[in-house]
Write a protein that binds this ligand. Structure first.
Ligand code: AMP
Length: 226
């Protein structure tokens, strides 16, 4: 039986890394809103062109672009046995819309995973991450032994597939990082408000884990509860 899972955590908390692990455990798609936007930008689509300016600055892409894109993604056939959603919802408004859409579709939410991490630590971690050009589910980070990129022919490449690595422009820009964290830690309308919305709504198992420990330890804490 598939699972419908949301994963929350500030940028830099290891959310993507853990999402990739959970994806493997349940064999469900790991759907990352940011990665979908980056694919659109890379492919030069209309949606990508509209989203790019917001993303570069660390602002949220407007709901009239984001919500239909994500709802459409969840309706694809690969989602019928469950999914892990990462990066969406990112505001209370998006959380309410998602909850309504799931209810209308007769779908339940099984788990909410929350990776808790101090804002300063999260900020320090962001700058060291590297993106594999071949697969967004190949996490690499220059400061973490467990997911450190490898060297091949004098070049630093993806530890999983040997592919080229790149940095995200919004990961090297302090203003953009601060804005993204401002949205995350906002308990009124931001992402923390979305987390609290699901906690208060009930009917879903919430797994809150300390994100300051090692990658393996975070995985262990999550797997114990799933
Ligand atoms: P991420 O890869 O999750 O850090 O997302 C990168 C960027 O994509 C964010 O800083 C936003 O500009 C945009 N984005 C991702 N998810 C959402 C969302 N749920 N709502 C609005 N914008 C989003």
């Amino acid at each position: 039986m598939g699972k419908n899972i949301l994963v929350f955590g500030p940028n830099g908390s290891g959310k993507g890394t853990q999402g990739a692990i959970v994806q493997k455990k349940f064999n469900i798609p790991h759907i990352e809103s940011g990665a979908i936007f980056r694919e659109h930008i890379g492919g030069g689509t209309e949606l990508g062109k509209k989203a790019k300016a917001f993303i570069d600055k660390g602002d949220l892409v407007p709901d009239d672009i984001t919500i239909p894109m994500m709802i459409a993604r969840l309706q694809k056939p690969d989602c019928k046995d469950g999914w892990i959603l990462d990066g969406f919802p990112r505001s209370k408004e998006q959380a309410i819309t998602l909850a309504k859409n799931l209810k209308d579709a007769g779908l339940a939410l099984d788990y909410v995973i929350e990776i808790v991490l101090d804002r300063e630590i999260a900020k320090e971690r962001i700058m060291g991450r590297r993106l594999c050009v071949n697969d967004n589910n190949h996490p690499n980070h220059i400061a973490f032994e467990a997911i450190k990129p490898v060297e091949k022919d004098g070049k630093i490449v993806c530890r999983v597939c040997g592919g080229d690595l790149k940095v995200r422009a919004d990961d090297q820009d302090e203003d953009a990082i601060n804005k993204r964290h401002g949205i995350y830690y906002d308990t009124k309308t931001g992402t923390m408000a979305a987390v609290n919305y699901f906690k208060e709504a009930g009917g879903v198992k919430v797994i809150s884990v300390d994100g300051s420990v090692s990658i393996g330890q975070v995985t262990e804490l999550i797997m114990k509860e799933l």
